[in-house]
Write a protein that binds this ligand. Structure first.
Ligand SMILES: [Zn+2]
Length: 46
């Protein structure tokens, strides 16, 4: 198959041991992604 633009389909959510939210996505071709979001329970600090 020719190259295509991956379509990220929502594949679920997980929570890591550290409490981060992990968003799982996958494309029909089998490619997968995982994005982690830090869940801050307080004010954002940088
Ligand atoms: Zn794809």
């Amino acid at each position: 198959m020719a190259e295509h633009v991956h379509v990220r389909l929502n594949h679920g959510l997980e929570v890591s041991e550290e409490g981060d939210l992990i968003e799982l996505s996958r494309c029909r071709c089998g490619a997968t992604w995982s994005r982690s979001y830090r869940v801050d329970e307080g004010e954002p600090e940088r």
